[in-house]
Design a protein around this ligand. Structure first.
Ligand SMILES: [Zn+2]
Ligand SMILES: [Zn+2]
Ligand SMILES: [Zn+2]
Ligand SMILES: [Zn+2]
Ligand SMILES: [Zn+2]
Ligand SMILES: [Zn+2]
Ligand SMILES: [Zn+2]
Length: 1754
C-alpha cells in the first residue's frame, strides 16, 4: 500500500497480547448463555484489533485476531490446546475422495473427451496427471476462476473418476463422518459454529452504517469513520482514479492503488477520520461521478462496523480451514448452515447469504462462495439439501442477479453448474422441485416485456443487450440440467419433463414468427431492423432444442406425448389470420389442387419457426426410433395437414431464393445477415436442416404432383411453367431484363430444392444411415473443396452440446493426414476413392463453396485423365416413413418441369434458360436414373416394381403437341456446339440410360447385370479413347498457343519490372563474384590474410546498379558514393550480463567493450544498393510525405521517420541508415607511406618506436590543444621527432565528397543509435562506435555460424556477406573523416591496456575487463591514423601484424587466468607434446607472477585444450575481420566443415600453429608485460576469488528452455502473481523468452514510466533485457509477441502445436499442445540474427491494423 510506505508499523499493545485464549475458552465452557459471552468478547475486542487507522495493518491484525479472537474459539472447540486437538482430528479423519480444488483464474483445467459426462467436468492439473485420462483424448482450458476439480465424483466420469491420490481405500464410501468425533466435541462444535456462522452472516449482510446488531454495540463510541468506496462495472478505472484524486487529495499512485483494491475486493476505504471529513469526500465522489448514468457507490461507515465486517470475513476463512481438518466438522457446519430458523421465517443462514448475494461486495462474496464449495458441495448428503434450497430460491436469485451489476462469476447463481450437472441431483430437482419448469418459466418471465402485439418476442436494439446477456445464463442452467443423458424414466419424471417441455413450447411459440420482414419495393428501408438478439436467442437455444429431442427420443411414451403437444402448439401458431390468403385453384398436367394465394414477395415472412422445426425434429425421431411403425395408432397422424406443414418452411426457402435473386435488395443487410446465419453451421441444424426435413415430411405424405405445384406456386413460377410459350415470348416481348434474370435464378433455386427434397437422405430417420455416415459425408464435401486443417474442419461441422463433432471417429476412413512443415499447418487430404461420393449440389455448400468444389473436382478429374462430368452420387435408401418421396421422380409435374427446361435449351432463345438450369436438370435426371438402377438391382423377382422413370422419359410429351421425349432432346443436345461444357455429363446420363435399359431387358433372366454393364462400359471406354486422343491433340495445340502468349506477356513483364529483374541478375552476379575471390590461383596453404607476407590481391573492377535510377556505377574512391540500405540497432543477443545497461549515455565511455558483451551495436542490411544522392532524394520525399500524412490523418506508420527510419525502396525492409560501398583495402593503403622494403622490425623494436611516436603526438597535443586537425601549423617546436616521423605531414583524403558525407552519415547514425543520444558530429566517441559496431557485428555473425554448425566462410547469405564487407571497409576508412588527434588519442589509450603502463592519468582497465576482439579491431582500425606520419619505410601491415600478435597473446593469458578456476573433467587423450609443454611452462609463469594464487594444473594437455577451445571464437572472428578488411581469399577447407580448422586459421592469420611459441619469440616484450598484467589490482583480486570474470569460450546465448507440454506453462503462469499489487493474479502473464522472467503485462498495476511515458511491463522489460527489443510468450493467449521500441510490435505464431500440426492462438480449441522444437529454433534464429525488428516491420506493412495497437502498454 503506497500510503504506508513511510509509516512505521505501530507496536502491538501489550494489554492485548496478555489475553489468554485458554482462560477465555474456559470461561465460555462454563457459560450459561454462550452467545452472549462470545458476542461480548467480540464487541469488546474486534474494534480494538481491526480498523485502527486509515490503512489496515494486516500483519498486526492477523496476529491479534488469531490470538484473541480465534484462539479462544479453537480452544473451546477442541477442549484442549488446539495444536494438539487439531492434529488428532486430522489423524482420525479419512481423507475425502473428492478433490474439490478450487480453481484460480488462469489455472489450467482438463476435461476428458472420452470419459467426462459433460464438458463442465474438469480436473485440476495434479489430479489429471495422476489419472487415466492423461492417455485419452483430453481438452485443456484455462479456468475463469470459481469452480472446482471434479476428481472423485463418480457421477462426473464415465470411467476413471479417481486419480491415484483420491482413490478410495476400499472401505464403504457412505459412512457417517460424525462417528469419528466424540459426543462432547460434536456438541461444542455445534455451539461455536452456530454462533460464529450467525455472527459472520449477520455482519456481512448488515446494512446500517452507523449502528451494530444488538450485543455488539461498543461501550464508548468514538467519532471515527471510513469513507468506503464500492466497485461497479459501469465506471472505468480512469474515471475512478481521477475522481479519487479530486475527492481525497491523494497522489495518482495512491489513487491507482485504491482503484486496484476496489476492483479486486469490491470495496476499499479511501478516507479515515471524523464523520464530517468522510462525508465531504463522499459528496465529492458522488458529485463527480453522477454525470454518467449512476454515481459510484460510497458509504460513510463507522469504524466499528467495518471492523466487525473485516472479522466476519476472517471468521469465514477460519471456518473453511477448520472443517478442512475433519469431515465430521464439515458436516456439522453444513447442518448449522442449513438449519431452518423458526424465528427467521424458517430460512437458514445459507438462504440468508444467498439471498443477499447481489448486495454484498466482491470480497465478501468470494469468501462465502469458497466456504460453500469447501463445505456444502464437498459433503454428498448436504450437497443434495443445498441443491434443494438453491432450487427453491432460484427465481429470486435470478431476479437479483438481473439487477446486480457484477459479472456472473461473482454471483452465487454461478454455483448452478456444480449442482445441475450432477445427474442424480438434476433428476431429483426436476421431479421434486420441478426445476425444468422453474428455469424455463423464469426465463420467459424475464423476456415477457419484450413482445409485440401478437405476443411474439421483439427485441429493441442496444437498450436490452446488457440485460439480455444476463438472461442468457438461464439457458446455460437449462443446458446443465439437460446435458447428462438419462437412462431410466419414472412416471413422475415423465410428468415433470413433459410439464417442462410444455412450458418450453410456450417459449418457442413466442419465438415463432419473430422479426417478420416484408419486401421493400421502391425505396430502401430507412433503418436496419434489429435482428441480432433474436438470432442470439436462437443460437443459444440450439443445443437445448437438440437435447430436448434427444430426451424425447429416449422414451417412447414421452416422445409420443411430446409429439402431440408440439402439434397442438404448431396448429395454434398456424391458426392465426395470415395476410393475403385467398383460396385459388391450380391446374397442371391434368392435376388439380386447391391452395391459397400467398406470395413471399408481398406478404410478411419470418425466418424464425422454432415450433415447426421442433415438430419436424420429433417427426424424424418417430421414424428413427421406429415408434411410427410400432404405435401408429397412438399418433395423431390424421390431424396432420401436409400442405399446412410445408407452408412456413417453404416460405423460408423461397425467401432465401428471392434474396439470392436480388429481389430483396432494398431490405438492407440485416436480412442478408439473417439468411447467412440461417444456413450457418452454428444455426442450421435447428433451422435450415429442419425446414428441409419438414418439406420432406410433408411431401412424403402428399401427392408428389401437388407438392411440386405448390412449390411452383410459392416460387412464383407457376405461370411461367404453365405457359408453354414462356420462352418464345421473350423474342416478341421486350421483357424487363431484371425480371428475366430473377426468374432464371428462381428456377435454378427451385430445381435445387427439388434435388434436396428427394436427394438429402443423410439424416438418421430420413434415410437409412448412421450418424457416422452423416459426418463422413460432411467431411468428404468439405475436403472436396480443398485439403483442410483439423480446426477448419471442426469449424465447418456442427458441434453438439459437448463440443464434439464426432469427426475423429471417421476422419481416418476418408482422409490422409499430411504433416506440417516449418510453417503452415497439418492438412487432411481426401482419399481418392471418396470423391465418387461428391455431390456438386450438396445442400450445406454456400455458393462460393460450391463453385470452388466444382472447379477443384473437375481439375482433379482432368489430372487423372477422366471426363469432367460430375454425376450425382449413389444415395442411401429412405426410411419407410419417407420412402414415398422417390415418387417425385416419376410424377407428371416433375417430368413436365424437366422437359420444359430442356425445350428451352434445345431451342436456344437468348435469355430464357441458363447453363446452371441445364446443369441442374441433368443432375436431376441423373438422380432419377440412379434411383431406378438401384431399385432394379435390389428388387427381387417377385417384388412389384413400379419405378419407371426411363420409360417415361422416352415418351414424347403432351404439350405442346408431340414435343420430343426427354431422351430425344438429350440426344440432340449431345452434339450441340454451345454445350461443350456439359457434353460429358450428357454422355454420362445417356450411358446410364442405356445400362438401365439393358438391365430392364434382362432383369427377368440374368442376374449378371453388373458384368454386362461393365463390358458395356468398356466398349464405351474404347470409343472414349479415340475421342480423348483427338481432344489431347487439340489441347496440345492450344497449350502451345498459350505458351506463345505467355512468353509475350513475360517480355512485357520484364520491361515493366526491369528493376526487379536487374536486381535478381545482380544478386546472382554478386553471389557468383565471390566464387573467383575464394578460389584463388595461389595454393591455399599459402593464403595469408594480413601482415607483411599477406597474399597479394588484385582488385577487380566493381560495378553495381542503383535500384532507384537503374544506372550502373563503378565503385571508386573518387566517384559518386553508392550505399546499402541498412539498419543499426542496439543488441544484447551476445550479452552475458543482462543486468548491465548503459546508465548515463552522455558520459559513457565506450572505448573498451566489457568481456560480458553486455550491450553492443549491430548493423545489418538487406543488401540493396543505391546512389547516395538517389537515396537522399528518396528519403526526403518519404519524409515530406509522412509529415503531411501525419498532420492530416494522425496515422502511424510501421517506421519512424523522425528517427531517420525508412523502408528499403525495393524490399521494404526496415532501415535507418546506409552503408557506403568502398573499394577494397583502399583505406589501409592510403596511410601506407612505405615505398621500399627496409627490413621488418621485430615486435620489441616496433613497439618502442610506436610508443615514441605516440609520446611525440601527445606532446604536440598538449602544446596545441584543439589545433590538431591542422598539424602543419602545429609544427613540433622543441619536440624532436625521430627520423622518418613527420607529424606535420597530413595525409590527403582520397575520397570524393559524397563518399566522405556517407562515411559521416553512417558514423553519426551508429553513434546516435548505439549510445541512444542526440546527434553530435563532433563527439570524439563517434569513431569508437564505428569500430565497435564492426567488431560486434562480426562477433554476432561468428556466433551464429557456430550455432548453426556452418563453416566460417562461403555460407553466409549474399546480403550479409556484402554487408559485412562494406561495414568493415567503412570502419577502416572512418579515420579519414575524423580528427586525427582524436583517433590517435584513442589508439594510445587502447594500446595502454596492453602495455599496462602505470600511467595514472589513463586508468586502463585490467586485461580481464576487456573484450580482446573489440580491442583488436579498434587498435587495427585506429593505427593508420598514427602510421600516416611514419615515413621510415616500415609498412602498415607490419604494425597490424604486431598488434594482432600482441592482442592474441593477451587473450591467451586472459584464457589461462580465467579457465583455471574451474575443474575440468576431460580425459587426457594424448601425451604432452611441444604445445602442451609450452602451455604448461606459460601457465607456471603466470602462477608465479600472480603470486601462486592460481590453482596448480599438472597437465599441459588440459591447458593446451583450454587455450585451443577458448581462443577459437576469437580466431574465427579475426579471420572474418581480416578477410573483409584486406580481401584475401579464403582457403577452400575453411569453406567446409572439417577437423583442422584451428591449424588452417592460424596459417591464414599468420600465426604459428603452436600459439605459445609467440611468447617465446617475443619473450623480451611479453615477459614484463605479463608481470604487469598479473600485478594489476583487478587480476589480484580475481585470483584471490574476490571477484568473478568471464571465462572462455563464452557460451552462445539461447532462448530459454520451454517445457514440452504447454499446460506446464499455463500452470506456471497461473501461480504467477503480479509483483506490484500484493498477491493478485496477473491477468496477462507474459514470459520473456530471452531471460525467462514472467511479467504482468497489459495491466495498470505494472505500468512504469520510461522516458517520460507510461509503459507496460513488457515494454519496460525490453529496455533492460534486450536494449528495446523483446520476444515474449503471452501464456494465456498462446501467442508470441515481438516488441521493438515503444511503437513497434507484432504477434507471431507460437512454437506450440497440437497433434494436427496447428497452433492455437487464443487457446480456443483446447487441444493438447506440445513444443515444436524446429519452430522454436526458427524463432531463436530470428533473434540471433537480429531480425526481430525487421520481422515486425514486415508484419506491420502486411497488416496495417497492427500499426494501431498500443504496443507500449503491453
Ligand atoms: Zn484435483
Ligand atoms: Zn484427484
Ligand atoms: Zn478419459
Ligand atoms: Zn541512382
Ligand atoms: Zn532491400
Ligand atoms: Zn528478459
Ligand atoms: Zn501487475
Amino acid at each position: 500500500m503506497a500510503a504506508t510506505e513511510s509509516e512505521e508499523v505501530p507496536p502491538i499493545s501489550k494489554f492485548l497480547l496478555d489475553c489468554s485464549p485458554k482462560d477465555i475458552a474456559l470461561d465460555w465452557l462454563q457459560a450459561t448463555d454462550l452467545t452472549k459471552n462470545v458476542y461480548h468478547h467480540l464487541a469488546y475486542f474486534v474494534p480494538k484489533i481491526y480498523c485502527r487507522d486509515s490503512n489496515p495493518i494486516p500483519l498486526n491484525e492477523e496476529v491479534l485476531a488469531q490470538h484473541i479472537l480465534l484462539g479462544p474459539m479453537e480452544w473451546y472447540l477442541c477442549g484442549e490446546d488446539p495444536s494438539v486437538g487439531m492434529t488428532k482430528l486430522e489423524k482420525a479423519n479419512r481423507s475425502s475422495q473428492l478433490c474439490g480444488h478450487v480453481f484460480k483464474i488462469g489455472e489450467p483445467t482438463y476435461s476428458c473427451r472420452d470419459c467426462a459426462v459433460d464438458p463442465t467436468c474438469v480436473l485440476c492439473m495434479e489430479c489429471f496427471l495422476a489419472s487415466v485420462h492423461r492417455e485419452h483424448r483430453y481438452r485443456m482450458t484455462t479456468s475463469g476462476g470459481g469452480g472446482f476439480c471434479d476428481c472423485g465424483d463418480t457421477e462426473a466420469w464415465k470411467q476413471g473418476p479417481y486419480c491415484r491420490k483420491h482413490e478410495p481405500s476400499g472401505e464403504a464410501p457412505e459412512e457417517d463422518p460424525l462417528v469419528h468425533l466424540s459426543e462432547d466435541m460434536i456438541g461444542r462444535a455445534y455451539n461455536i459454529f452456530a454462533i460464529a456462522f450467525k455472527y459472520a452472516v449477520d455482519m456481512l449482510t448488515w446494512v446500517e452504517e452507523d449502528r451494530l446488531p444488538s450485543g455488539l454495540d461498543p461501550l464508548e463510541k468514538e467519532d471515527t469513520y471510513y469513507c468506503m468506496l464500492f466497485n461497479d462495472e459501469v465506471h472505468t478505472y480512469e474515471q475512478v482514479i481521477l475522481t479519487l484524486q479530486k475527492a481525497v487529495n491523494c497522489t495518482q499512485k495512491e489513487a491507482v492503488s485504491f482503484a486496484t483494491t476496489v476492483d479486486r475486493d469490491g470495496r476499499r476505504s479511501v478516507r479515515y477520520g471524523d464523520f464530517h471529513y468522510c462525508d465531504q469526500a463522499k459528496t465529492v465522489i458522488v458529485r463527480n461521478t453522477s454525470r454518467q448514468n449512476k454515481p459510484l457507490k460510497v458509504q460513510v461507515m463507522h469504524s466499528s462496523v467495518v471492523a466487525h465486517q473485516a472479522f466476519a470475513i476472517k471468521l469465514l476463512i477460519w471456518l473453511s480451514q477448520v472443517i478442512g481438518y475433519s469431515g465430521g466438522l464439515r458436516r456439522i457446519l453444513c447442518q448449522v448452515g442449513l438449519q431452518q430458523r423458526p424465528d427467521e421465517d424458517h430460512s437458514s443462514l445459507v438462504d440468508k447469504l444467498m439471498l443477499c448475494d447481489s448486495k454484498l461486495w466482491k470480497g465478501a462474496r468470494n469468501i462465502y462462495h469458497q466456504l460453500f464449495m469447501s463445505s456444502l458441495l464437498m459433503d454428498l448428503k448436504y450437497k443434495k439439501l443445498f441443491a434443494v434450497r438453491f432450487a427453491k430460491n432460484y427465481q429470486q436469485l435470478q431476479r437479483d442477479f438481473m439487477e446486480d451489476d457484477h459479472e456472473r462469476v461473482m454471483s452465487v447463481t454461478a454455483l448452478s453448474v456444480q449442482l445441475f450437472t450432477v445427474r442424480t441431483l438434476a433428476r431429483m430437482l426436476i421431479t421434486e422441485e420441478n426445476l425444468m419448469t422453474t428455469i424455463i418459466q423464469t426465463f420467459i418471465d424475464h423476456l415477457m416485456r419484450q413482445r409485440d402485439s401478437d405476443g411474439r418476442f421483439q427485441f429493441e436494439r442496444y437498450t436490452t443487450t446488457f440485460k439480455f446477456r444476463r438472461v442468457q445464463s438461464l439457458i446455460g442452467d437449462l443446458k446443465y440440467v439437460l446435458v447428462s443423458r438419462l437412462t431410466e424414466w419414472t412416471d413422475k419424471l415423465r410428468e415433470k419433463f413433459l410439464e417442462g417441455f410444455e412450458v418450453f413450447l410456450q417459449l418457442l411459440k413466442h419465438m415463432q414468427g419473430m422479426d417478420p420482414v416484408t419486401r421493400q419495393v421502391g425505396q430502401h428501408i430507412e433503418m436496419e431492423p434489429e435482428w441480432e438478439a433474436a438470432f442470439t436467442l436462437q443460437m443459444k437455444l440450439t443445443h437445448i432444442i437438440s437435447m430436448m429431442q434427444e430426451w424425447c427420443a429416449s422414451d417412447e411414451r414421452v416422445l409420443i406425448e411430446a409429439y402431440r403437444k408440439c402439434l397442438i402448439v404448431l396448429l395454434q401458431c398456424q391458426s392465426g389470420p395470415c395476410d393475403g390468403e385467398q383460396p385459388i385453384t391450380l391446374n397442371m398436367c391434368g392435376h388439380s389442387l386447391d391452395s391459397i394465394e400467398y406470395r413471399v414477395s408481398q406478404n410478411q415472412v419470418s425466418i424464425h419457426l422454432p415450433v415447426s422445426r421442433l415438430f419436424s425434429g420429433l417427426h424424424v425421431l418417430l421414424s428413427k426410433t421406429e415408434v411410427a411403425y410400432r404405435f401408429p395408432e397412438l399418433l395423431p397422424l390424421s390431424e396432420l395437414s401436409p400442405p399446412l406443414l410445408i407452408e412456413h418452411p417453404l416460405h423460408c426457402m423461397v425467401l432465401c431464393a428471392q434474396v439470392h435473386a436480388g429481389m430483396w435488395r432494398r431490405n438492407g443487410f440485416s436480412l442478408v445477415n439473417q439468411i447467412y446465419y440461417y444456413h450457418n453451421v452454428k444455426c442450421r441444424v435447428e433451422m435450415y436442416d429442419k425446414d428441409l426435413i419438414m418439406l420432406q415430411a410433408g411431401a412424403s405424405m402428399m401427392d408428389p404432383n401437388h407438392f411440386l405445384m405448390i412449390m411452383l406456386c410459392r416460387f412464383e413460377l407457376f405461370h411461367i411453367f404453365n405457359n408453354p410459350d414462356y420462352g418464345k415470348r421473350f423474342r416478341s416481348e421486350p421483357m424487363n431484363k431484371d425480371v428475366l434474370q430473377q426468374n432464371n435464378i428462381l428456377i435454378e433455386e427451385m430445381l435445387h430444392l427439388i434435388m434436396m427434397v428427394v436427394g438429402e437422405r443423410y439424416t438418421a430417420g430420413v434415410g437409412q444411415v448412421s450418424p457416422e455416415d452423416e459426418i463422413k459425408r460432411e467431411i468428404i464435401h468439405q475436403l472436396c473443396i480443398r485439403p483442410m486443417a483439423h480446426s477448419e474442419l471442426v469449424k465447418a461441422l456442427p458441434e453438439d452440446e459437448n463440443r464434439e463433432t464426432g469427426m475423429e471417429k471417421v476422419i481416418e476412413s476418408v482422409a490422409y493426414f499430411k504433416k506440417p512443415g516449418l510453417t503452415g499447418r497439418g492438412l487432411y487430404e481426401l482419399k481418392r476413392e471418396c470423391t465418387k461420393e461428391f455431390n456438386v449440389f450438396f445442400y450445406h455448400y454456400s455458393r462460393a463453396d460450391q463453385s470452388k468444389a466444382e472447379e477443384a473436382q473437375r481439375k482433379l478429374r482432368k489430372q487423372n485423365g477422366e471426363d469432367t462430368a460430375l454425376p450425382p452420387p449413389v444415395l442411401p435408401h429412405f426410411c419407410p416413413l419417407f420412402a414415398s418421396l422417390v415418387n417425385i421422380f416419376q410424377s407428371d409435374v416433375y417430368l413436365y418441369i424437366l422437359r420444359t427446361v430442356l425445350q428451352w435449351v434445345v431451342e436456344p432463345i437468348g435469355h430464357a434458360w441458363t447453363e446452371s438450369m441445364l446443369q441442374r436438370v441433368l443432375h436431376l435426371i441423373g438422380m432419377a436414373l440412379l434411383e431406378e438402377k438401384q431399385q432394379l438391382e435390389s428388387a427381387n423377382e417377385d417384388s412389384d416394381f413400379t419405378f419407371s422413370f426411363t420409360s417415361k422419359v422416352s415418351r414424347p410429351g403432351d404439350a405442346p403437341e408431340n414435343s420430343p421425349s426427354i431422351l430425344a432432346m438429350l440426344e440432340t443436345l449431345q452434339n450441340a456446339p454451345h454445350l461443350e461444357a456439359y457434353k460429358d455429363m450428357i454422355k454420362w446420363v445417356l450411358k446410364l440410360f442405356g445400362v438401365i435399359k439393358k438391365m430392364r431387358e434382362r432383369s427377368n433372366s440374368t442376374p449378371i447385370v453388373e458384368i454386362e454393364g461393365n463390358s458395356m462400359e468398356e466398349c464405351l471406354r474404347d470409343k472414349d479413347k479415340a475421342d480423348r486422343k483427338r481432344k489431347a491433340e487439340i489441347a496440345r495445340l492450344r497449350r502451345e498457343k498459350i505458351m506463345a502468349q505467355m512468353s509475350e506477356m513475360q517480355r512485357h513483364f520484364i520491361d515493366e519490372n526491369r528493376e526487379l529483374f536487374q536486381q535478381t541478375l545482380e544478386e546472382l552476379e554478386a553471389s557468383s563474384s565471390t566464387v573467383p575471390d575464394n578460389s584463388p590461383v595461389v595454393p591455399d596453404a599459402a593464403l595469408i590474410a594480413l601482415g607483411p607476407r599477406q597474399t597479394k590481391i588484385f582488385n577487380k573492377k566493381q560495378i553495381v546498379t542503383c535500384i532507384l535510377c537503374q544506372e550502373e556505377q563503378e565503385i571508386k574512391v573518387n566517384s559518386k558514393a553508392m550505399v546499402l540500405a541498412s539498419f543499426v540497432q542496439r543488441s544484447t543477443v551476445l550479452s552475458k550480463n543482462r543486468a548491465r545497461t548503459i546508465q548515463d549515455p552522455d558520459n559513457y565511455d565506450p572505448l573498451f567493450m566489457q568481456p560480458d558483451l553486455a550491450c553492443g551495436t549491430h548493423i545489418g542490411s538487406c543488401g540493396h544498393i543505391m546512389h547516395a544522392h538517389c537515396w537522399q532524394s528518396y528519403f526526403d520525399a518519404v519524409q515530406a510525405k509522412e509529415q503531411r500524412r501525419q498532420q492530416r490523418l494522425r496515422v502511424h506508420t510501421s517506421y519512424d521517420v523522425e528517427n531517420g527510419e525508412f523502408l528499403c525502396p525495393l524490399c521494404e525492409c526496415l532501415s535507418n541508415t546506409v552503408i557506403p560501398l568502398l573499394p577494397s583495402s583502399w583505406s589501409s593503403q592510403c596511410s601506407d607511406n612505405s615505398r621500399s622494403f627496409s627490413g621488418i622490425p621485430v615486435l620489441s623494436q616496433w613497439l618502442k618506436c610506436t610508443v615514441q611516436q605516440l609520446n611525440i603526438l601527445r606532446k604536440i597535443q598538449e602544446k596545441h590543444p584543439g589545433s590538431a586537425d591542422n598539424p602543419s601549423n602545429a609544427s613540433p617546436e622543441g619536440i624532436e621527432a625521430p627520423e622518418g616521423f613527420q607529424p606535420d605531414v597530413n595525409p590527403k583524403n582520397p575520397y570524393s565528397d559524397s563518399i566522405k558525407e556517407m562515411l559521416t552519415t553512417l558514423a553519426t547514425a551508429t553513434y546516435k543509435v548505439g549510445l541512444k543520444v542526440h546527434s553530435n558530429d563532433q563527439d570524439p566517441r563517434i569513431p569508437i562506435m564505428c569500430w565497435g559496431s564492426c567488431a560486434y557485428t562480426i562477433q554476432a555473425t561468428e556466433r551464429f555460424l557456430t550455432d548453426e554448425e556452418k563453416p566460417l566462410f562461403g555460407h553466409l547469405p549474399c546480403r550479409q556477406d556484402d554487408c559485412l564487407k562494406a561495414l568493415t571497409q567503412f570502419a577502416a576508412s572512418h579515420w579519414t573523416v575524423s580528427l586525427l588527434s582524436v583517433v590517435q588519442q584513442h589508439f594510445a589509450r587502447l594500446l595502454a591496456v596492453l602495455l599496462s603502463d602505470d600511467d595514472k592519468t589513463q586508468h586502463p582497465p585490467s586485461i580481464l575487463d576487456v573484450d580482446m576482439f573489440h580491442l583488436l579491431v579498434s587498435l587495427v582500425l585506429s593505427f593508420p591514423a598514427v602510421h600516416c606520419h611514419d615515413f621510415t619505410g616500415v609498412r602498415l601491415a607490419v604494425g597490424v601484424l604486431h598488434l594482432f600478435h600482441l592482442v592474441t597473446m593477451a587473450h591467451i593469458v586472459q584464457i589461462l587466468l580465467t579457465s583455471s578456476t574451474e575443474e575440468n573433467n576431460m580425459d587426457q587423450e594424448s601425451t604432452d607434446g611441444i604445445e602442451e609443454a609450452a602451455a604448461f611452462t606459460l601457465y607456471e609463469k603466470l602462477r608465479q607472477y600472480s603470486g601462486s594464487a592460481l590453482n596448480f594444473m599438472a597437465s599441459g594437455w588440459h591447458l593446451w585444450q583450454y587455450i585451443k577451445s577458448g581462443i577459437l571464437p576469437y580466431l574465427r572472428s579475426s579471420a572474418l575481420f581480416f578477410h573483409y578488411l584486406n580481401g584475401v581469399p579464403v582457403p577452400v577447407e575453411l569453406q567446409e566443415n572439417g577437423p583442422h580448422h584451428f591449424e588452417l586459421l592460424c596459417r591464414y592469420l599468420c600465426l604459428p600453429i603452436n600459439l605459445i611459441s609467440l611468447f617465446q619469440t617475443n619473450s623480451d616484450t611479453i615477459e614484463p608485460l605479463m608481470q604487469r598484467w598479473c600485478r594489476s589490482a583487478e587480476v589480484q583480486s580475481f585470483v584471490k576469488g574476490e571477484r568473478t570474470a568471464i571465462s572462455y569460450p563464452r557460451e552462445s546465448n539461447k532462448l530459454i528452455d520451454l517445457p514440452d507440454d504447454y499446460s506446464c506453462l499455463i500452470n506456471q503462469a497461473s501461480c504467477f502473481t503480479c509483483p506490484k499489487s500484493g498477491g493478485d493474479k496477473s491477468r496477462a502473464p507474459t514470459l520473456c523468452l530471452v531471460c525467462g522472467e514472467m511479467l504482468c503485462s497489459q495491466s495498470y498495476c505494472c505500468q512504469t514510466e520510461l522516458e517520460g511515458e507510461d509503459v507496460g511491463a513488457c515494454t519496460a522489460h525490453t529496455y533492460s533485457c534486450g536494449c528495446g527489443v523483446g520476444i515474449f510468450l503471452r501464456v494465456r493467449e498462446s501467442q508470441v509477441l515481438f516488441l521493438a521500441g515503444k511503437t513497434k510490435g507484432c504477434f507471431y505464431p507460437p512454437p506450440y502445436l497440437d497433434d494436427y500440426g496447428e497452433t492455437d492462438q487464443g487457446l480456443r480449441r483446447g487441444n493438447p499442445l506440445h513444443l515444436c522444437k524446429e519452430r522454436y529454433k526458427k524463432l531463436q534464429k530470428l533473434w540471433q540474427q537480429h531480425s526481430i525488428t525487421e520481422e515486425i516491420g514486415h508484419a506491420q506493412e502486411a497488416n496495417q491494423t497492427l500499426v494501431g495497437i498500443d504496443w507500449q502498454h503491453l
